[in-house]
Design a protein around this ligand. Structure first.
Ligand SMILES: NC(=O)c1ccc[n+]([C@@H]2O[C@H](COP(=O)([O-])OP(=O)(O)OC[C@H]3O[C@@H](n4cnc5c(N)ncnc54)[C@H](OP(=O)(O)O)[C@@H]3O)[C@@H](O)[C@H]2O)c1
Length: 299
């Protein structure tokens, strides 16, 4: 009989991705530990080492990140502490222990000037504090334990349990007659539940290096919003605008679609289209949670 595998999921208690990831691992038969802020000081080598030794995990999944992209421009030290120093510390603690690490990263490591999906071999060139600190976090882990690190870059997450773009848009659609949404940024919308399954599938392979894990297809923010509004049957006109009409502090990649070829080559699996995943999110997750109950409809 196979020994039960053990995982530590940092961010597994409260994160948009961490929660479905902890759940998917448990459903796949892993014993899962999800330390929250109150259980473990992540930024202490000694505390982390003691926690790792007590759990004796096969793999540590890091979904903890400073994810507020615009705020990071004003708080670069804090963004660096969470996105770069923490992975560096993880490397220091894990490299002398028989533990593999899956570290989640982002499409924002690319400059977005391309026009075809980014492969794992494309050269990063981040344009924001968030992107730079995330890229440095990737490097810190890959340098310290290259043979036991998987970097899982993902993008444009939506999913149950926490505020996200789709959730926000559908809430606004219930309150307004029309919305203006940016149409000149294109990416890979990704359902956290599918992403969690991809992480679990990849964890079953003794591999290392960079992977791109996203749903198939591409969309602009406006197209994602329009698809969500149509599926949810909310009455709201969605208008396309250029990003120049919606200034944001951090520079975003204009094009950051990710190519998942290496994931498919390793696992034999192909991610499904984001449009199918969005249906599951809206019909299975949102209909049954508080979004529509708690958002006052227009009178
Ligand atoms: N969201 C996206 O669209 C997106 C896109 C591309 C890549 N990613 C990447 O995907 C990963 C998961 O993102 P997510 O959206 O699931 O993140 P999230 O919902 O913002 O969750 C972040 C997690 O990190 C924890 N955390 C943050 N700062 C912390 C600190 N100083 N000390 C302890 N815990 C801290 C949070 O705990 P608390 O709840 O206690 O604060 C939370 O559990 C990240 O690596 C992110 O860079 C996300």
């Amino acid at each position: 009989m196979n020994r039960q595998k053990t995982a530590i999921v940092l961010g597994g208690k409260t994160g948009l991705l961490g929660r479905p990831l902890a759940r998917a691992l448990a459903e796949a038969g892993w014993m899962v530990h999800t330390p929250g802020r109150e259980d473990l000081d992540l930024f202490s080598d000694d505390a982390l080492a003691a926690y790792v030794d007590a759990c004796a995990p096969d793999m540590l999944f890091n979904t903890v990140a400073y994810t507020q992209v615009d705020k990071a421009e004003d708080e670069p030290e804090e963004a660096r502490r969470v996105n770069t120093c923490l992975p560096k510390l993880l490397g220091r603690v894990l490299r002398s222990r028989p533990v593999r690490c899956m570290h989640v990263s982002t499409d924002f490591v690319f400059n977005g000037k391309g026009h075809t999906p980014y492969s794992v071999d494309d050269t990063p060139d981040p344009q924001s504090v968030y992107g730079r600190t995330k890229l440095d976090g990737e490097k810190a882990l890959l340098e310290q334990m290259p043979e036991r690190t998987v970097i899982a870059r993902t993008a444009w997450l939506f999913g149950p349990g926490k505020k996200n773009f789709v959730h926000t848009i559908l809430g606004l659609c219930r309150q307004r007659d029309s919305l203006n949404i940016v149409h000149d940024q294109t990416g890979s919308p990704t359902y956290t539940v599918d992403l969690a399954d991809m992480c679990v599938a990849l964890a079953g392979h003794e591999t290392d290096g960079v992977y791109h894990l996203v749903n198939a297809g591409q969309a602009s923010w406006c197209e994602l919003a329009a698809e969500a509004a149509a599926l949810a049957e909310v009455r709201c006109a969605i208008h396309a605008i250029p990003s120049a009409e919606y200034p944001q502090k951090a520079r975003r990649p204009a094009y950051s679609v990710l190519d998942t070829l290496r994931y498919t080559q390793t696992t034999g699996l192909t991610p499904r289209p984001w449009t199918q995943a969005l249906r599951d999110y809206i019909f299975k997750d949102l209909w049954t949670t508080d979004l529509l109950a708690h958002t006052e409809p227009r009178q």
